[in-house]
Design a protein around this ligand. Structure first.
Ligand SMILES: *Cc1c(COP(=O)(O)O)cnc(C)c1O
Length: 464
């Protein structure tokens, strides 16, 4: 399998190359050159398979010859063996046709573990036997940082530097990062907000003195391997609810469009998907784009669902590229226009292509709280605010198909918001129970390239 950039001007890479690169050198995102498909019989054969074995069947065609089937199976068993539920991503029934797909049984209690646990192992595997080292630099408003750190802590050939805005992540989120004491993990609290932390990361990637000495890499959802890993649970859930004989709808709490794009890939691979609901909070750029073709930035509003407080959804470019005829030059021109003006129109092909499969909804804080209370009162389930955004949209969907809401975080990660809406304060699961007794380690630095760049240069290992 070969991977092309959505902007058409970066080298074509194999799976190993695309995984290690993350972002394409022309500013685009890597996508597979074609979608492998499963026949109805092959989908039916997934019934009863373990999560790890399902993952092998779904991911093998994307991996191509960069890993053997045995090697891939070994990585999947390791990655998903670290989840606290034997089903890895169990389904929970809420009422006659509403279901939750619980994606938060990984080590850091958010769905990002599903992809990052595998990505950490892929990095290590692909670096073994080479002199190349990776220096991962990222900025986090919470969930990505802890999931990425857990995934690469102690792994050979990798250093990770994670920037978080000092005092602006929750205690649980900070401790999940700063109590990981492995020597390759470097937590930096930035005296500034998340946007400043993210801007610093971008500047470091563009700083030649760093890029020349270190092999810099990113772990956000622009990395294709993360999306590939997320395709698996759409198949896993759908076959348990009757696919391929029955079409299933999914409602997805959406920020960067990574999770829901994985659902699109599942549909392209042959899974009968009745609808993909893109559920946004009041930061609704994706809802406006899908309902009226208007993709234009607003100002980010802070909400109780911080992982969905975004202005620009990087992975949306992958959808626009695929629906727009896979024309890299046209995509590059469309994105240049967007970068210059902060707005663009979807083409007719893009709009019509999306309309066949996607629905979208904008859910405000009031409807989010109502959905949390409904889940408590009608099914005895405590859900996190992100999940509640998608559940609200799921319940409003006009369909006779079973609707699966993706539950993206454990409610304990957002205890204050859950308590405000429901009066119940979820306890931390036993596996992270001593989080507040563990030693923390991090440095606090001013939000300047001089301070942070020097720190990285002094603590990272140069790539040979
Ligand atoms: C990251 C995240 C999301 C958004 O997922 P995208 O792939 O960015 O659309 C939703 N909910 C939670 C809890 C998250 O951590």
């Amino acid at each position: 399998m070969r991977y092309h950039s959505t902007r058409g001007a970066a080298p074509v890479l194999d799976f190993r190359g695309a995984t290690l690169a993350g972002l394409a050198s022309d500013g685009g995102l890597y996508v597979p050159e074609s979608w492998p498909t499963l026949t109805a019989n092959q989908i039916a054969d997934l019934a009863g398979l373990s999560y790890a074995e399902t993952a092998v069947r779904i991911m093998l065609p994307f991996v191509g010859d960069t890993l053997s089937e045995e090697e891939l199976r070994d990585l999947c068993e390791q990655a998903y063996g670290r989840f606290s539920h034997a089903a890895v991503t169990p389904l929970v029934q809420l009422d006659h046709d509403q279901w939750l797909l619980e994606l938060f049984h990984g080590p850091t209690l958010a769905f990002k573990d599903v992809a990052l646990q595998l990505l950490g192992l892929l990095f290590e595997k692909f670096l073994t036997g080479s002199t190349r080292r990776l220096t991962i630099i990222g900025a986090t408003s919470g969930d990505t940082g802890s999931a990425a750190i857990d995934a690469v802590a102690g792994r050979e050939g990798i250093d990770i530097f994670m920037l978080h805005p000092a005092g602006r992540v929750s205690d649980v989120q900070r401790r999940q990062m700063t109590t990981v004491l492995a020597p390759n993990v470097h937590n930096i609290a930035i005296e500034g907000d998340f946007d400043q932390a993210q801007a610093l990361v971008k500047t470091m990637f563009a700083t030649q003195a760093l890029a020349d000495r270190f092999s810099l890499s990113a772990v956000n959802s622009i990395n294709w391997a993360r999306l590939m890993a997320q395709v698996v649970y759409y198949f896993y859930a759908a076959v348990r609810l009757g696919a391929p004989g029955k079409a299933i709808a999914f409602s997805v709490p959406t920020g960067n469009f990574g999770d829901v794009f994985a659902g699109y890939v599942a549909a392209r691979m042959g899974l009968p998907v009745e609808r993909l609901v893109v559920a946004t909070n009041v930061n609704d750029i994706l809802h406006r784009a899908l309902s009226s073709g208007d993709y234009s930035k607003g100002k980010v509003e802070q909400t109780a669902t911080p992982s969905m407080d975004i202005q620009v959804s990087s992975n949306f470019e992958r959808l626009l590229f695929d629906l727009g005829g896979r024309d890299g030059a046209a995509m590059a021109a469309q994105m240049r226009g967007f970068d210059a003006s902060g707005a663009m129109r979807l083409t007719n092909a893009q709009q019509q292509g999306a309309a066949g499969l996607f629905a979208s909804a904008r859910v405000d804080g009031n409807d989010m709280a109502l959905a949390m209370r409904w889940a408590c009162e009608h099914a005895g389930e405590t859900i996190d605010p992100h999940t509640a955004i998608a559940l609200s949209a799921a319940r409003a969907l006009d369909t006779t198909a079973p609707v699966v809401t993706l539950a993206t975080a454990h409610p304990a990660k957002f205890r204050d918001a859950v308590e405000r809406a429901t009066g119940l304060r979820p306890g931390l699961p036993a596996r992270v129970g001593d989080l507040f007794d563990r030693e923390e380690r991090y440095v606090t630095l001013p939000a300047t390239l001089a301070a942070v760049g020097d720190y990285v240069a002094a603590h990272a290992t140069p790539s040979a």
